[in-house]
Design a binder for this molecule. Structure first.
Ligand code: ARG
Length: 457
């Protein structure tokens, strides 16, 4: 496609490094779509007569059929663009040589990849929504189960299981908002930018934009052909999705251990050990946790690639696709597995309740003293003393003898008697966003709307 000025073809070693077809072959549907739009645009400015236009359009349809039948497999071409053009020559002969008028692979690949990314974002968004709906559905069932909430890995305050699950659902809401925002910038059309300086034929870029479903036309050809911010941005959003899945997974791995025993993976989402027959391993969550490292790597690799190159196209940019495809492909495998594991996850409310110990009421006691008129800093210190007494006597916090408690502060004995149930404790935190039933139900309703209708709601 570019050999005219050389007397020798590329060496095997160069070809092995330079060829991108093994990675970019999957852009063929986008390459055909964008080429058809380009044919229309060329027809409109008189570069193609109507007969040539329809010859090329029919030819491109036949090329698409051949590619759908696997024509890319084992093809010798340098990249998807040269592959499509060679097949078009096969189909229509010399008129195929008119397709590339006023176009460069630089604006072509940027257009193809943006088109592909738009579709991939929609798929990712659907997968995120499915996970969100599963979290919401499981949370609904878990509204009565109370377990210790942890900070620093230490038991802190009692919370509802539903509350824990919705805490992992909100990050997914933000992920989807970020993707929707990124989508607007992905949908800027580079086609018509030529190699660097604009097209030599004044094609109607607004019509091209509309034909291809883009939102806007890129503002500067030099920028548009070298811009991979959209890839970087999407890779960041993906890396953050991965981070969220990793944190959810890390928590569930812990809760699935024999020491906690709060949750149990279903048989079809558990893995066994080849040596230890008793094992029920949470590989699904461990792999989800591990894959987040790889997603972060994709982002860092792209930013590192971009930072050294000037405006416009450099071949460095060819590396973008392997990273972007890897990231999307990784999530396409991880998300359904995590969703399935969550949907079938068993919970053990007894084990959750058994992990609640009276020390988790320390904050409640301090609050009760505040209600009796003690300034909070003092009540904190007084309850601290009570905790120390309980530890010294080896009894739960609510079993410290009344006389000992009364000796620390006269109001403390009464406060101990007023503590009530775990449910009372959880209901005591009724601020919007808190762990009370009403707050959790409000959040579930909000999340249900955000994640849309579908299985699991
Ligand atoms: N395979 C190339 C890529 O993926 C297509 C663009 C090639 N442009 C060029 N000037 N050689 O980036």
């Amino acid at each position: 496609m570019w050999g005219g000025r050389f007397s020798l073809g590329p060496s095997e070693a160069l070809d092995a490094l330079n060829r991108s077809l093994p990675v970019d072959h999957r852009l063929w549907p986008q390459d055909v779509t964008a080429s058809k739009a380009w044919v229309h645009a060329l027809g409109r400015v008189g570069v193609l007569n109507p007969a040539e236009e329809s010859q090329l359009l029919d030819g491109l349809d036949r090329v698409a059929e051949r590619l759908a039948d696997g024509a890319a497999v084992g093809a010798p071409d340098e990249d998807v663009h040269t592959l499509v053009e060679r097949l078009l020559y096969d189909e229509v002969g010399a008129v195929a040589g008119k397709l590339h008028t006023g176009r460069s692979r630089n604006d072509q690949v940027a257009t193809d990849l943006r088109l592909w990314t738009l579709g991939a974002i929609d798929q990712l968004d659907a997968d995120l929504a499915a996970l969100g709906r599963t979290l919401v559905g499981r949370a609904r069932e878990g509204i009565d189960a109370i377990l210790p909430g942890y900070t620093h890995g230490q038991r802190a305050q009692p919370v509802r299981w539903a509350y824990v699950l919705v805490a992992h659902a909100w990050p997914l809401v933000r992920d989807r908002q970020r993707l929707a925002d990124a989508r607007r910038r992905v949908a800027e059309l580079p086609l018509g930018s030529g190699a660097i300086a604009g097209s030599g034929f004044v094609v109607d870029r607004v019509l091209l934009k509309e034909a291809l479903g883009f939102r806007a036309v890129s503002a500067n050809a030099l920028d548009a052909t070298g811009d991979r911010d959209f890839v970087a941005e999407v890779l960041f959003h993906i890396a953050l999705v991965g981070t969220h899945l990793s944190r959810l997974s890390a928590e569930l791995i812990q809760y699935a251990s024999s020491e906690y025993g709060f949750v149990r993976l279903a048989d079809d989402f558990s893995t066994g050990s080849s040596l230890m027959p008793q094992k029920r391993n949470p590989d699904v969550f461990e792999l989800a946790r591990a894959k987040s490292g790889r997603l972060l790597g994709d982002l860092v690799a792209l930013l590192t690639t971009l930072k050294g190159i000037p405006a416009g196209y450099s071949k460095d940019l060819q590396e973008d696709k392997a990273l972007l495809f890897d990231a999307f492909d990784t999530l396409a495998v991880v998300l359904p597995a995590v969703t399935g594991a969550l949907a079938s996850l068993g919970i053990d409310p007894e084990r959750m309740r058994a992990a609640l110990d009276a020390s988790l009421r320390a904050t409640d006691l301090a609050d009760l003293l505040v209600e009796a008129g003690v300034p909070f800093r003092e009540s904190h210190a007084l309850v601290g003393k009570l905790v120390r007494e309980a530890e010294r006597a080896g009894v739960p916090l609510d079993r410290v003898p009344q006389v000992v408690a009364g000796g620390i502060h006269p109001a403390l004995g009464a406060a101990l008697a007023q503590l009530g149930t775990w449910e009372d404790s959880v209901e005591g935190r009724a601020t919007p966003g808190g762990s009370s039933r009403k707050s959790v139900e409000d959040q579930l309703e909000e999340l249900r709307k955000l994640f849309g209708a579908g299985a699991g709601t």
